[in-house]
Design a protein around this ligand. Sequence first.
Ligand code: SF4
Length: 223
Amino acid sequence: MFKRIYNKLLNEFGPQGWWPINGKCNKNNFEIPKNRQQEFEIILGTVLTQNTSWKNVEKALQNLRKAGLNSPSKILKMQDKKLSELIRPAGYFNQKAKYLKNISEFIGKNKNLQKLPVKKLRAKLLSIKGIGPETADSIILYAFKKPCFVVDLYTKRIFSRLGICDKKISYHELQNKFHKKIPKQIKIYNEYHALLVELAKKHCTKIPACANCPVTRLCKKSL
Ligand code: SF4
């Protein structure tokens, strides 16, 4: 079922090229990020995207780019107030400025994170204030290119409506289902999460628009 849903979504929406770098999606390019700077831009995006849309994140990232804040040391040197102002478009800007500093400090101090096994890397990320499971897993998958499925509210909404899980399922229970049911491949994990976001935006909205949804036939809640 998990693979069938994936195939239907990929067929309908095509490759998503997530995560965007420098404002652009990179379809079918799983080499991204190619360097530390791109990796860091993704990490900044994972924190900024908490509780807001990507459109707002992109504005905040553009401000950071213009200010030349493209490394952990530059973020750490920036005054808290100035950093908050730059990321204002992403909302919760005072809180997120602190979180950006926390993750920058961590990345700056730990140069060989790529070499850590997923479990250890995840535990370290989760110990940082401001980094929850979804942010940690986005960093692991999209910045460090390691297989760790990213679950979000859209994933829960879609899979509960499909009848695959209860809507109160925990993050880790749902993540485990993905880990068991789909091949541990970066490409699939990467696309699948992005495709579910697309489905949630186009069809599986708060009040679902099921008429042209690509998975209608597989869905128990189809209206
Ligand atoms: S058929 Fe409707 S409820 Fe089911 S996944 Fe599609 S949009 Fe959501």
